[in-house]
Design a protein around this ligand. Structure first.
Ligand code: MG
Length: 109
C-alpha cells in the first residue's frame, strides 16, 4: 500500500468510527479545508515567519491535508493523479525559461 493510500485509509477510518461520514459532503469538506487553511494562516498573523510555532503549524497543516484527503475520497479522486496533472499544468503556465527566479503570476511573465 502506498503512503498516500495508508493516509486516506487512516483518516477515513477515523471518520467512520465516529459516524462522521454523514457530515462529510463535498461542500462542507471544501469549507473545512478553507477554515483549516485559515487556522494555519492565523499562526503567522502579526509575527514574522520564523516566530511561528512549528508544532501548531504541523497540526494545522495536517488538518488541511486530512480534509483534502477526505474530499478526494468523497469524490473518488486519485490524489496522485490530480496532483501530478496540476504540476504538469503549472509547468506549462510557468515555463522555466520565463518563470525561474520570478514570483510573478503566469499572466505577467
Ligand atoms: Mg485546525
Amino acid at each position: 500500500m502506498s503512503d498516500l493510500e495508508e493516509l486516506k485509509q487512516a483518516i477515513n477510518l477515523f471518520a467512520k468510527e465516529r459516524d462522521w461520514e454523514q457530515f462529510h459532503n463535498a461542500k462542507d469538506l471544501a469549507l473545512a479545508i478553507s477554515i483549516e487553511a485559515s487556522e494555519l494562516n492565523q499562526l503567522f498573523l502579526w509575527k514574522s515567519a520564523e516566530d511561528v510555532n512549528i508544532q501548531k503549524l504541523k497540526e494545522e497543516l495536517a488538518d488541511v491535508i486530512n480534509y483534502s484527503l477526505l474530499l478526494a475520497s468523497k469524490l473518488e479522486l486519485d490524489v496522485k493523479e490530480i496532483v501530478l496533472e496540476k504540476i504538469k499544468k503549472n509547468a506549462e503556465k510557468y515555463p522555466i525559461d520565463k518563470a525561474k527566479g520570478s514570483a510573478k503570476k503566469y499572466n505577467e511573465l
